[in-house]
Design a protein around this ligand. Structure first.
Ligand code: GRF
Length: 201
């Protein structure tokens, strides 16, 4: 059984989708640990309620970004994590973590990348006036929101949309897509070829 480490900073609804998919046997994996950089993250409570070990690592307790990332690696290795899932983790991942888990870190982003990377992707989509946006799950590389794309889903932008309404519709797709992407990763029939995540039989 492959072991997931889920990194969060807030609400944890993507974490919940992963936990639920494991519970309903859509995913054959286990969440070995949930790590947050914020003690108040609501997702920590979701994890505890699901009987999952939680860890909080606050940036202010570490000398710098590398020291923080090394602490993350130590925790993830200690729990024998195979795959790291960023689920609303609001920190840039640096070399110590990337080197420890090459092609083994996933992120979910609320736009059709490469459109609208960074924060407030849903507001960026509204401001730009696109008719279609969506969700992306990708492998994490040093550049922000830029790694090989594992799965995407389109979401129409409605004339009446507010950022809240659009975000809520994208979130539904994020939850479905993240589970699908983890399943693809775990079945192992894939390789990375340049920028592309390629599946094979
Ligand atoms: C999601 O929209 C995700 O795409 C973004 O942050 C949000 C996290 O939501 N990176 P949640 O904490 O999983 O509910």
């Amino acid at each position: 059984m492959e072991r997931l480490g889920v990194l969060i900073s807030g609400r944890g609804s993507n974490l919940q989708a992963i936990v639920d998919a494991i519970g309903s046997r859509q995913l054959h994996a286990t969440v070995a640990v949930v790590i947050s950089n914020r003690p108040e993250a609501a997702g920590l409570r979701r994890a505890r309620e699901a009987g999952i070990e939680t860890v909080c690592l606050e940036a202010r307790d570490y000398a710098g970004r590398d020291a923080y990332d090394c602490a993350l690696v130590a925790k993830l290795r200690d729990r024998r994590v195979d795959l790291v899932c960023l689920a609303g983790f609001m920190r840039i991942v640096g070399a110590p973590l990337l080197d420890a888990f090459p092609n083994r870190i996933l992120n979910v982003h609320p736009s059709l990348l490469p459109a609208f990377p960074g924060v407030n992707a849903q507001q960026q989509a509204l401001d730009h006036g696109v008719r279609i946006t969506g969700a992306t799950v990708h492998l994490v590389t040093p550049a922000l929101d830029d790694g090989p794309i594992i799965a995407q889903a389109a979401v129409p932008v409605l004339d009446t949309d507010t950022v809240e309404a659009l975000s809520a519709r994208i979130l539904i797709e994020e939850h479905r897509l993240y589970v699908e992407a983890i399943r693809l990763m775990l079945d192992g029939r894939w390789k990375v070829s340049g920028r592309r995540f390629v599946r094979h039989m």
